[in-house]
Design a protein around this ligand. Structure first.
Ligand SMILES: [Zn+2]
Length: 278
């Protein structure tokens, strides 16, 4: 499943193709993805210029010149392909559900075999209160996600710190992989109760979460299974996970002789080092 760095990588890949461009042709080849497309979806998008592409949590937002916002989510298996040359060599597959063609002739194809992704149109004044975005915590890369903020959020929380960090109301867009990585880098056990963390550990955790996301964005997003970058190239951050999916392997913390352990927390795999993560 694409996590925040992958979504950001996709957004960065789409910016040069879509930003400032007019959509001259839009096709929605089925009535829905995870939810139904809004009424007259393709019609409402055709002829619109994409003013700006932004991201909130794992949503990509295209601000259109008529004020509406196209909100997109990749779900579990959503991928964007860009066909710069309009070769028509891509985009004809059974899972290629949405096509955008720009006034520069580039084609952007949204493909999603499991169809957990979504696309919808939102009026700008409805954005903040929209059910998909309402209640989301701060962006992990923003200044709002500070040690002071996180201390406040964790106060009194009896859940394990891992669960607290996966709670999108606490921080938006952090998923299983990067929570494991952030806790590892901060040397904090995923089993620790959220409320038991000391201020200094919380500060370390905030920094670790930022660094791990920034590293991943820099690396171009990770690839898990069939995940590909917006420009069609595979990402490569998967080789650089320090703890995720490394069960039984030696811990990479300098001087630590521990081995990575896998446990299940709230139905998801957690990877951590029981020796240096306390
Ligand atoms: Zn270790």
């Amino acid at each position: 499943m694409p996590e925040l760095p992958e979504v950001e990588t996709v957004r960065l890949g789409l910016v040069p193709v879509l930003e400032g461009r007019k959509l001259v042709r839009v096709e929605a080849r089925r009535p829905d993805l995870r939810i139904a497309f809004p009424p007259r979806f393709a019609e409402r998008l055709t002829g619109r210029r994409v003013e700006k592409l932004t991201r909130r949590a794992k949503y990509i937002l295209a601000e259109l010149d008529d004020g509406e916002i196209l909100l997109m989510h990749l779900g579990m298996s959503g991928r964007f392909f860009v066909d710069h040359e309009r070769t028509n060599s891509i985009g004809g597959g059974a899972h290629d559900h949405v096509l955008f063609e720009t006034d520069r002739g580039a084609r952007v194809i949204y493909s999603d075999h499991r169809r957990f992704g979504l696309m919808t149109l939102i009026a700008p004044d409805a954005l903040a209160g929209h059910k998909l975005l309402k209640g989301l915590g701060p962006e992990p890369l923003s200044a709002d996600f500070s040690a002071a903020y996180l201390s406040d959020e964790l106060k009194g929380k009896k859940t394990p710190i891992k669960a607290a960090l996966l709670d999108q109301r606490v921080v938006a867009g952090l998923g299983n992989i990067y929570v494991c990585e952030a806790l590892y880098r901060a040397h904090i056990s995923p089993k620790r109760l959220a409320r038991s963390l000391k201020r200094e550990q919380i500060a370390r955790l905030v920094t670790s979460a930022r660094t791990v996301l920034e590293d991943a964005i820099r690396a171009g997003g990770s690839t898990l299974r069939d995940y590909r970058r917006a420009d069609g190239e595979l990402g490569y951050f998967q080789h650089r996970f320090r703890v995720y999916d490394r069960e039984g392997q030696a811990c990479l913390t300098r001087g630590c002789r521990g081995h990575v352990k896998r446990i299940v927390q709230s139905g998801r795999s957690t990877f951590y080092c029981p020796v240096c993560q306390r």
